[in-house]
Design a protein around this ligand. Structure first.
Ligand code: ZN
Ligand code: ZN
Length: 132
């Protein structure tokens, strides 16, 4: 069992078992709603997912897509779509207490990927902010 939550702690959740997928999404909707260049998702059946504290606010980001986020701190948490994957919840896996526990296995929607992300592995990297 793994736990996670939003930045302020008002919303907590837990997941169990193996996710049905674990993918890094580059789509425009994920980018615009999260404010981040990409979003990591892990999909669970609702039997293996539970919100254990608080209640997320729900935003209709498309006809059937629903994005659930913390109204207090703004953290994006869950995605549901009763047409595309009924009775399941996609969880933003970067909000897990241990995000390394569920590594992504694929990148999806790369047709909408920001151009510079493809070469990000070649950039200079610093363990902390680079010194003055
Ligand atoms: Zn919060
Ligand atoms: Zn997406």
């Amino acid at each position: 069992m793994l736990e996670g939550g939003c930045h302020c702690g008002a919303i907590r959740y837990r997941v169990e078992g193996e996710p049905k997928h674990a993918a890094l999404c580059h789509c425009i909707d994920c980018r615009r709603q999260s404010g981040a260049p990409m979003v990591a998702w892990t999909l669970f059946g609702n039997d293996d997912f539970a919100v254990t504290r608080g209640e997320a606010k729900v935003y209709a980001s498309s006809e059937h897509g629903r994005r659930h986020f913390c109204a207090d701190c703004g953290t994006g948490l869950f995605y549901t779509n009763e047409v595309v994957f009924p009775a399941m919840t996609d969880v933003q896996s970067a909000t897990l207490d241990d995000p390394d526990a569920l590594p992504v296995r694929a990148q999806i929607q790369t047709a909408e990927r920001i151009g510079w992300i493809k070469d990000i592995g070649t950039l200079p990297a610093f363990e902390r902010y680079p010194g003055a």
